[in-house]
Design a protein. Structure first.
Length: 280
């Protein structure tokens, strides 16, 4: 869908913060309540966090609830909510089955206000990490297959670049997204509390500043039944690195406006993106 956004008015977007558990139906009910709140506050686009439909106790549980691409309870819910609320939805991540018994994709799905899916991005960078000085170890590659494609798309709030959680640590991905025309970026996440406290805000603001892009980061927050503790602190950051809205703790919704006219003027007056020398 082609959209002329160069002279568009500022558009409100929302970041949703959740504390998802193991029960898919309960999680979808919470997501539905927050999406309705975002729409009521005037948001045109709402961003759900990573793993919004389930924070699994075991990898096998996640694989068991993975859906075929294009069909399943979570995807049906997202399409219905988008239609009912006349809201674009960036669905942080949905487990999509690649083949029976094999690893799943961690897919960020985007639905327009008619409930039609308009984009899919599979998480490229998988979280295979031992947290320093903590008894925490993660191996996403054991049950997830990495993506290999950079995805941007036109939305009512400008051209959007998609990413998920651990992608945030890899600035070269965001350079590619900006090079493909991205005016704003999403980072749906389930950042661990230790790494979030140390790095979440600096990394988000860096991605905004270095690309002169808006960043909308929606996070998981709190203690989850699987024992994981996530950082929350969902944020909306403008192209100059200024935090426009933030929710540190608890479930909820934050909104802010994306002003493409102001962003375009800043890019003209401060043309750092055109001054790059090392590009290959």
């Amino acid at each position: 869908m082609a959209m002329n956004t160069d002279s568009a008015p500022a558009i409100s977007v929302a970041a949703l913060q959740m504390c998802s558990g193991e029960g898919r139906e309960a999680n979808l009910a919470s997501a539905g309540r927050l999406l309705a709140l975002a729409a009521a506050r005037g948001a045109r686009v709402a961003v759900l966090p990573e793993n919004f439909s389930m924070m699994a106790q075991r990898d096998a549980d996640r694989r068991a609830l993975a859906e075929a691409d294009g069909a399943g309870p979570v995807q049906d819910f997202l399409a219905q909510q988008a239609r009912a609320l006349q809201l674009w939805i960036v669905a942080g991540s949905v487990p999509i089955a690649n083949a029976p018994g094999e690893r799943t994709a961690q897919a960020c799905l985007v639905y327009d206000e008619r409930g039609e899916r308009v984009a899919r991005y599979d998480k490229i960078h998988l979280f295979d990490v031992d947290i320093p000085e903590r008894n925490e170890s993660y191996r996403e590659s054991a049950h997830m297959a990495p993506g290999n494609r950079v995805v941007t798309l036109a939305t009512p709030a400008g051209r959007l670049g998609l990413s998920i959680c651990y992608d945030l640590r890899f600035p070269e991905l965001y350079r590619q997204l900006q090079g493909a025309g991205a005016q704003w970026l999403v980072v749906p996440a389930a950042f661990t509390a230790p790494t979030g406290e140390a790095h979440w805000e600096p990394l988000l603001r860096a991605r905004a500043i270095e690309n002169l892009c808006y960043v909308v980061a929606s996070g998981q927050w709190g203690e989850h039944p699987n024992g994981r503790r996530t950082w929350g602190h969902s944020m909306i950051i403008d192209y100059w690195g200024r935090i426009q809205a933030q929710l540190a703790d608890g479930e909820g919704v934050i909104t802010a406006a994306i002003d493409l006219v102001a962003q375009a003027e800043a890019r003209r007056n401060f043309p750092a993106l055109g001054h790059r020398v090392l590009q290959g």
